[in-house]
Design a protein around this ligand. Structure first.
Ligand SMILES: Cc1cc2nc3c(=O)[nH]c(=O)nc-3n(C[C@H](O)[C@H](O)[C@H](O)COP(=O)(O)OP(=O)(O)OC[C@H]3O[C@@H](n4cnc5c(N)ncnc54)[C@H](O)[C@@H]3O)c2cc1C
Ligand SMILES: NC(=O)c1ccc[n+]([C@@H]2O[C@H](COP(=O)([O-])OP(=O)(O)OC[C@H]3O[C@@H](n4cnc5c(N)ncnc54)[C@H](O)[C@@H]3O)[C@@H](O)[C@H]2O)c1
Length: 474
């Protein structure tokens, strides 16, 4: 066994691990990167990239059905699912070189394709190598949870790791879980011609502001996605050769849903098994590896970042974590995670975007919170594009500081960034009201919402009297 003594050893070549490795190597630091599966991890191979490519195909199909409102004859598109599969995998292939072994080797990173595990507090073993690094970064990500439902072991369930391999369109896709994965994939498949039923244990898109989530769930239902909420899956069984029967209980009683395919999108579990974390004295929480607000584990040589650290699970968070730990890794500076600036977007149509506190969260911790709303139907660009379903909600403190923003509508994800910056920099509605968005853009709804804060001022008798008085001076 060969012993390596790099400065940094990164375990996991997903969004988090790759970001650390690339940046550290750019500064000339010796890095070993260990990956047991595909370079690029979930985001590239089984997550963001294929799901957004499938969503784009679904959007295209839907645009053809809805063309009449532009004076163009609508058509029911003929979907060749094998070619849709080809499109999804072409997109992955186009991005894959950025994350490849070849690219990272060229950057100066030593890539080891093997499973890593800790041998002791400062040694990792991977394949033929024993790695004794100054610092370790665990970035092993997460995987889908399969809930312990009676009969689930007898079915070939789909997860995000297998659904993008389908080359034939599912006849009826039953989805367990109405979180972001379930909702995004349900709508995409519906638009590509499948029947789709979502079975959600509590409330679909339950993490989101209910008013904002309501827009998306209404759209899904109008497009024909059946959504059962507060529904318990009691049992699943095989139906025919490849089909599935799902037994569900809701307040209305028991029913069965017959599908051709079953997708499980019921949450994630951290990838910690097999790492022998106890040998390195790294502690676990119930969500993943236990870290402090600087992403340090119980072992001072080891950081944990990305999905495995048990916080919000997004690619941009993985990148953010990487950027934070590079400061102590390279410069001995310290940096804390600021969760208030982390945005999240669900790429259904209309899109949902959130940053900072939701209305309910703000009301629970602050007094005198004001909610400033502006509907997309009041926006000229949204009218021109015929995409008027949506709303911006700014959540501001009694003194006008921005605490959060919730946006639903076309391109909501492109609009949310500004509000994360506003929260991070402690800006107020005054700053947002003075920002100059180009006309006509949907982004204007945020400015209009901010201006709504000052609406009362125009009616104040004192202000009107002051304006009259100023006229005296010509
Ligand atoms: C369907 C889906 C859609 C998503 N869409 C979005 C989106 O639109 N936007 C967004 O921001 N986020 C999205 N996400 C979440 C995003 O994919 C994750 O947050 C992100 O990939 C996490 O990156 P990571 O580096 O922490 O983990 P991963 O990408 O999971 O990478 C971890 C890597 O570690 C490797 N590994 C694990 N154990 C070991 C070991 N012992 N030794 C060596 N290697 C190991 C794994 O093989 C894997 O390659 C989506 C997720 C899914 C499932
Ligand atoms: N657009 C994005 O950024 C994006 C897209 C997809 C996934 N992701 C990330 O991946 C994470 C995981 O997504 P997810 O949707 O799998 O998980 P999730 O935890 O967000 O949602 C899972 C849903 O399944 C429900 N559920 C769990 N067990 C159930 C059961 N037995 N029966 C019925 N319903 C059940 C839960 O109530 C919940 O609503 C997300 O939290 C997010 O961080 C992000």
């Amino acid at each position: 066994m060969e012993t390596l003594r790099p400065d940094i050893c990164v375990i996991g070549a997903g969004s988090a691990g790759l970001s650390v490795a690339a940046a550290a190597a750019a500064f000339g630091v010796q890095v070993v990167l260990v990956e047991k599966g595909r370079m690029g991890g979930d985001c590239l191979n089984y997550g963001c990239v294929p799901s957004k490519a499938l969503i784009a195909a679904g959007r295209q199909a839907q645009a053809m059905r809805e063309a009449a409102r532009f004076g163009i004859a609508p058509v029911e598109p003929e979907v060749d699912f094998r070619q849709v599969h080809g499109h999804v995998h072409d997109v992955i292939a186009a991005i894959a070189p950025n994350d490849s072994v070849e690219r990272f080797t060229a950057l100066g990173v030593q890539v080891i394709q093997a499973e890593a595990r800790f041998a002791d507090r400062r040694t990792v073993v991977a394949g033929e190598f024993e790695i004794r690094a100054r610092r370790f970064v665990v970035a092993t990500g997460s995987r889908p949870v399969i809930p312990p439902i009676e009969g689930i072991g007898t079915i070939d369930v789909l997860t995000n790791e297998t659904i993008f391999d389908l080359t034939r369109r599912p006849g009826h896709l039953v989805v367990i879980g109405g979180g972001p994965i379930g909702v995004e994939l349900a709508q995409a498949h519906r638009r590509l011609g499948s029947d789709v039923t979502i079975i959600e244990g509590t409330r679909a898109l339950g993490r989101e502001d209910p008013e904002i989530a309501g827009f998306a769930l209404r759209a899904l239902r109008e497009e024909g996605v059946a959504i059962r909420e507060a529904a318990t899956v009691t049992r699943v069984e095989r139906r025919g050769k490849t089909g599935v029967r799902v037994h569900v209980e809701t307040a209305d009683g028991a029913e069965t849903v017959d599908g051709t395919h079953l997708l499980v999108a019921a949450g994630r579990a951290p990838n910690v098994e097999g790492l022998d974390l106890a040998k390195a004295r790294i502690a676990l929480s119930d969500k993943g590896i236990k870290v402090n607000d600087r992403l340090r584990t119980a072992n001072r040589r080891v950081y944990a970042i990305g999905d495995v650290a048990g916080g919000p699970q997004f690619t941009h968070v993985a990148g953010y974590h990487a950027s934070l730990i590079l400061r102590p890794l390279l410069f001995r500076l310290s940096a804390r995670v600021d969760t208030s600036i982390i945005p999240r977007v669900t790429y259904c149509d209309p899109e949902l975007a959130q940053v900072g506190l939701t209305e309910a969260e703000a009301m629970a911790v602050h007094k005198g919170v004001r909610i400033l709303r502006w509907p997309l139907s009041e926006n000229d660009r949204a009218q021109a594009e015929r995409r008027t379903a949506g709303l911006a909600k700014l959540i501001v403190s009694s003194r006008g500081r921005v605490l959060g923003a919730s946006i639903v509508g076309a391109n909501a994800g492109e609009m949310i960034g500004l509000y994360g910056l506003a929260i991070g920099k402690g800006m107020g509605v005054k700053d947002l009201a003075s920002w100059l968005p180009p006309y006509p853009t949907m982004g204007e709804i945020g400015k209009r919402a901010a201006i709504a804060y000052f609406a009362g001022v125009t009616r104040k008798p004192l202000v009107r009297a002051l304006i009259r008085f100023m006229r005296i001076f010509g």
